[in-house]
Each structure stands twice: as C-alpha cells, then as structure tokens.
Design a protein around this ligand. Structure first.
Ligand code: HEC
Length: 150
C-alpha cells in the first residue's frame, strides 16, 4: 500500500517538474523572438548604418552613444531591450510617457504593468534615471532611433 502511495507521489512530482520545464522552454524563445523579429531575415551586422542627415540626428546620435548605448543596442537585446521600433510598444507613442520614463524609470514602473514586465525580463540591471535630459534632447535621441527603425 505505501509503495503505491510512493509511486503516485513520484509520478505527480515528475509531472510537475516537466510542466515547469515546459513553461520555461515556452517562455524563452517567445521573448527572444519578440526582440529580434524586426530584422526581417538580415543579421545585426548586415543592418545599414544610420545616415546622419541633419543636426538633431547628429545630436541624437551623440546623446544615444554617451547615455544609452552602454545598455541598449538598436537591434539586439543586451542589458536592456533592442530599441528598434520601440514607439510601437508600451505607451511610447506618447512623448509625455517617454519623458516620464526616462526621467525616473523606477517610479514609472510602479504604476505601469508593461515596464514592470520588462523589468522581469531584463531583471539584471535597472534602467538608469536621466532626470536632467531635456525634452528636446530626448526628442533628438528618438529621432536617431527612429531613423534606424525604418
Ligand atoms: C544601465 C542600463 C541602461 C541605460 C544606461 C539605459 N537603459 Fe533603457 N532600459 C534598460 C533596461 C534594463 C530596460 C528594461 C526595463 C528595466 O528593467 O529597467 C530599459 C528599457 C528602456 C525602454 C523601454 C523599451 C521597450 O522595449 O519598450 C526605453 C524606451 C529605454 N530604455 C530608453 C533608454 C534611453 C533613451 C536611454 C538613454 C538616455 C536608456 N534607455 C539608457 C537599461 C538601460
């Protein structure tokens, strides 16, 4: 009798374990795919360099390189998400939301489910707050990112 109970317990445990593994396997490729789906079939290095055609694009590139590039690659998820086509995600089509996020990510995240879920995905490091970036500087960074999103 007790051997039967043992057997049932073990079978139950094995089932739970495989369900857990399946959850993980299911989760990872989906999130990786989401980050990479924008390249079409090209690879990161084949993606064309962004052409700098005006002053605000040049400013945007300088700001992006000095403040964001340490954690963000345009086309590949690194410490933070890939930023290509980021306007289509979350509330980022709204400049005010974006300014609030960049000025204070941890406060923003407390009342926003989307960025809280990003935190779970990129949990290793928290996005830096940039309270001193002016709206026009953030606009220039966006212009640079959007030029690479076309
Ligand atoms: C220290 C690393 C770090 C730096 C520097 C950084 N970020 Fe982030 N960023 C992150 C992480 C990590 C996330 C995901 C949310 C989280 O876990 O904080 C993120 C998320 C974002 C998102 C949301 C992306 C999406 O897919 O919806 C945007 C937009 C963004 N960052 C823009 C910027 C900009 C613009 C700069 C430069 C001014 C910048 N970040 C600098 C780490 C960083």
């Amino acid at each position: 009798m007790s051997r039967q109970v043992d057997y049932i317990l073990q079978a139950g445990l094995a089932l739970l374990l495989s369900a857990g593994i399946w959850k993980c396997v299911q989760h990872f490729p989906v999130t990786v795919f989401k980050q990479e789906q924008n390249f079409g079939c090209g690879t990161v290095s084949e993606y064309p360099a962004i052409e700098i055609t005006n002053q605000s694009l040049a400013n945007g590139k300088t700001l992006f390189m000095s403040k964001c590039a340490s954690c963000h690659n345009m086309y590949k998820a690194t410490t933070g998400p890939a930023l290509v086509n980021f306007r289509e995600r979350g509330k980022w089509s709204d400049n005010k939301e974006l300014y609030a996020w960049i000025h204070n990510p941890s406060a923003y995240m407390k009342k926003d489910l989307y960025t809280a879920s990003l935190k779970k995905q990129f949990g290793g490091q928290m996005m830096t707050a940039f309270p001193d970036l002016k709206p026009e500087e953030i606009d220039a960074i966006c212009e640079y990112i959007e030029a690479g999103s076309k």
